[in-house]
Design a protein around this ligand. Structure first.
Ligand code: FMN
Length: 199
């Protein structure tokens, strides 16, 4: 591979494209977020970076909570729409036919149509520049019952989750290998292979 060097910018891809729901008083909103990530396993912590001008920004700042809803490819249209239209102007839930449902701990709703919804309480906000990073603790995780197999395992591979890759949405459908496959013994062969490179 021969590389060109570019000026600094955002180039960490693929990233998730999630629907973040929030509520303050009676105002409920949903918007699309890609600058989102898990930042600690124990305690489970996440970060979401938000531009202060987003309608959701104040709702989250004032309420101190939000939910991260993981969408499947079946609602990709809604994911894009919630990322270009503001709750300042329209009720995105009503417009798209998304159903807000009661979360287990936080007041903000979660989205019925999303197979996973993560409830978060904000612990701190760091003003980074264009975006302010909300660091939050996961207080509950809600998973779609039909994705739990008869051994109690969550089959997220069946959820057709979305990701965002440099301006385009992709669905995750084909598994390439299970965690640790690179070091697991293969039948009748060596486990570690060299990466194939052209000569
Ligand atoms: C794929 C995608 C990812 C986005 N990621 C972010 C993000 O991480 N942070 C952010 O502030 N806005 C992000 N946006 C933009 C907001 O979702 C968009 O401005 C939205 O209309 C804000 O909604 P609101 O004003 O109702 O809060 C993203 C948009 C798209 C389409």
């Amino acid at each position: 591979m021969a590389k060109e060097t570019w000026k600094p910018g955002t180039m960490l891809y693929p990233v998730p494209a999630v629907l973040v729901t929030s509520m303050y008083g009676k105002t409920v909103n949903v918007f699309t977020v890609s600058w989102v990530g898990t930042v600690c396993t124990d305690p489970p912590m996440v970060s979401v970076s938000i531009r202060p001008k987003r309608f959701s920004y104040d709702l989250i700042k004032k309420s101190g909570e939000f939910a991260i809803n993981l969408p499947g490819k079946d609602i990709a249209f809604a994911v894009d729409y919630c990322g270009v239209k503001s709750g300042k102007d329209i009720d995105k839930f009503a417009k798209l036919g998304l159903h807000p449902v009661q979360a287990s701990i936080i007041k903000a709703p979660i989205i019925k149509e999303c197979p996973v919804a993560i409830e978060v309480k904000v612990e701190s906000v760091k003003e980074l520049g264009s975006h302010h990073m909300f660091l939050g603790r996961v207080v509950a995780v809600n998973v779609e019952k039909s994705l739990i197999d008869n051994k109690g395992k969550l089959r997220l591979d069946k959820a057709n989750l979305l990701c965002y890759n440099h301006g385009e949405y992709f669905s995750l459908s084909k598994s390439i290998g299970r965690f640790g496959f690179s070091v697991r013994k293969r039948k009748g062969g060596k486990n570690v292979r060299k990466v194939h490179t052209e000569k």
